[in-house]
Design a protein around this ligand. Sequence first.
Ligand SMILES: NC(=O)c1ccc[n+]([C@@H]2O[C@H](COP(=O)([O-])OP(=O)(O)OC[C@H]3O[C@@H](n4cnc5c(N)ncnc54)[C@H](O)[C@@H]3O)[C@@H](O)[C@H]2O)c1
Length: 337
Amino acid sequence: MARFRVGIIGMGTVAHTHVKALKKIDDVSIAAIADIKDKSELDIPEGAEYCSDYRTMIDEVKPDAVHICLPHYLHAEAAEYAASHGVSILCEKPVAMNAEQAEIMSTFQDKYGVTVAVCMQNRWNRTFRHLMEAVESGSDGRLLGLKAVALWARDKGYYEKAPWRGRMETAGGGCLINQAVHTLDQVIQLGGNVKTVKGIVTNVLDLGITVEDSSVSEIVFENGARALIMASNANIVNSTIEIEAVFEKSIYTIKDYKLYKAPAADPLDKSLVVSDDLMEGEKSYYGAGHVMLIREFYSHLRGDGGKVISVRDASRVIKLIDLIRLSSNEGRCVEWR
Ligand SMILES: NC(=O)c1ccc[n+]([C@@H]2O[C@H](COP(=O)([O-])OP(=O)(O)OC[C@H]3O[C@@H](n4cnc5c(N)ncnc54)[C@H](O)[C@@H]3O)[C@@H](O)[C@H]2O)c1
């Protein structure tokens, strides 16, 4: 019998990426899935039990861990139910709808004595890890600034397929919290402590949604570096994420899943540093990080030192998004407090 019996809560789009990753780990089996949709509408992994209520699944199947792949507004309540029943959690991003809810979720790990980790798989991208090393080593001089561009395409069909995605009350936001959350997270990992935030959130397309489809923002870091971030779901295609990091001596660019480096004095003299692994299939723009992140989660549960992203760590980007929205609503620069 597998060492870890896993339950998946919410068997929708992203859950299939979790299933593929879980199948690659020897001592893990998917014991059950829970979804409010009828069994006939779902693609249930072989050997997994179906439950229409995640509470019943937790009570009766008693999984060792659950993967929460639910709409954003259900993350907190499902996490509390699982944690309070002694079940460890891997929760999809965004960890919560806002910083206040994330703060409450950050108490579950200690309160209930389980692991609560967040799925921010892009932190495992090889390109990003190399860029982080460049920041940490200081070998390219001081980081002066960052540019990040996350332009994806989400049409009416995307919101019609799962209406929760287009509503503030159920998604907590649009392109910032749902799509660009990984890129924003990487920017603040690279830049460090945030001092101020100024931003605009708006809608370019008329899709009848109450969440934003576009945003431009500027972050100023305590170390003096600044970042310009452009995010939109109004693009024609899902373009690959671009991050540019300007140091005193060098300029690094992540583009098309590759990291390039050029001397600051000659930005066009780029050389390839490293490439990311690519995920196969139509969701390749998710990146290949789910497999690595999920492996680390189970390595952590085994006590083998796997690295996980805590709720508190994943909450920083949620606070940033709250502040971009506040800045946009009030038309002013806001301080990180
Ligand atoms: N890490 C990534 O790159 C990535 C990519 C895509 C989605 N996500 C995240 O995954 C989560 C799910 O997104 P999605 O696009 O798969 O959504 P989805 O709408 O495709 O799937 C959600 C599933 O949850 C089910 N569900 C709804 N309410 C339920 C309840 N009370 N109990 C049980 N099941 C219920 C729905 O029936 C549906 O099957 C979101 O938080 C999203 O941001 C992360």
